[in-house]
Design a binder for this molecule. Structure first.
Ligand SMILES: *[C@@H]1O[C@H](CO)[C@@H](O)[C@H](O)[C@H]1NC(C)=O
Length: 277
């Protein structure tokens, strides 16, 4: 698919059409979507010169993404030098991508270097930068380190948002630290931040997996108040769990509510309901 795109692009250019940064960027985006990082790098390194196109910030950000997502974040330092020469100023996205790259490669010294570079470039380290760092650490199953960053941002007077908490809660859930997930969920709500639907679904799913059916029921009810019904398999494990701790009435009530809000699966629930009688 991408190869064809490149060929078409080449033909276009050879005929003198459409020599724009915009079409170059579109091609890079197509490469990123296809996760064809080598091709993105090749296009980025060859096309601007071959077709006399000036790369803009978007061009650089796309290329940097390809380097960072393919384990060569280190190459980005020289790209930053080129950007400076070309008078293109990086923005928070540029550095966010680079930070995520260095975290994934576990190059923590470089994380510090990038944060210093941001200062040099006058780009404030705000909530979005923290969120990228927290998300990456959570994916790497280092949720405790991510939580240290949460405390770091709070002590600097940077307010976390719901995205911050969603990442942390999912991270702790996946690591099986449900007490921490519950406590973060509560502090999030206490701060007046709204968990998103996935956050509710994750909590219910992992609390059921951990056998904490009462907590799962409470969160499930809150979620359904917002018309967000967890998927069938999650609901089924909650219902079965409630029955296993002799909360049959609660299980029946839950099924009644689901059928009311989610008529699509009503017949599936009829089966399970029959089993509870
Ligand atoms: C950085 O620049 C890119 C490309 O112009 C843009 O899409 C992105 O939204 C910018 N990021 C921020 C945080 O402003």
């Amino acid at each position: 698919m991408l190869n064809r795109a490149v060929t078409v692009f080449d033909e276009f250019y050879n005929k003198g059409f459409c020599r724009s940064t915009k079409s170059l960027n579109a091609l890079l985006v197509a490469g990123l979507i296809a996760k064809d990082y080598e091709e993105v790098k090749r296009i980025f390194m060859e096309f601007p010169q071959r077709y006399k196109i000036d790369p803009d910030l978007e061009t650089y950000n796309n290329a940097i993404k390809a380097f960072c997502e393919s384990g060569s974040s280190n190459s980005v330092y020289s790209i930053l030098v080129d950007m400076k020469k070309g008078g293109v100023k990086p923005n928070a996205t540029t550095f966010g991508t680079l930070l995520a790259g260095f975290y994934v490669e576990e190059k923590y010294e470089d994380v510090g270097k990038v944060l210093n570079l941001m200062k040099e470039y006058g780009i404030p380290v705000g909530v979005n930068t923290y969120n990228i760092r927290i998300q990456t650490l959570c994916i790497l199953k280092k949720s405790n380190e991510a939580k240290t960053l949460l405390h770091g941002m709070l002590s600097k007077g940077i307010n976390p948002n719901s995205v911050t908490y969603n990442h942390l809660i999912h991270g702790f859930c996946k690591e099986g630290n449900l007490e921490e997930a519950k406590s973060l969920f509560n502090s999030m709500v206490n701060r007046g931040l709204e968990p998103d639907s996935n956050c509710y679904f994750n909590m219910v799913h992992f609390l059921c997996q951990g056998g904490d059916f009462e907590a799962a029921l409470k969160i499930c009810k809150d979620s359904m108040e917002k018309k967000w019904v967890p998927k069938f398999s999650t609901m089924k494990s909650l219902v079965n769990g409630l029955v296993s701790i002799s909360k049959v009435e609660e299980a029946k009530e839950l099924i009644k509510n689901v059928k009311k809000k989610f008529s699509k699966n009503a017949n599936l629930w009829d089966e399970i309901e029959k089993g509870l009688l």
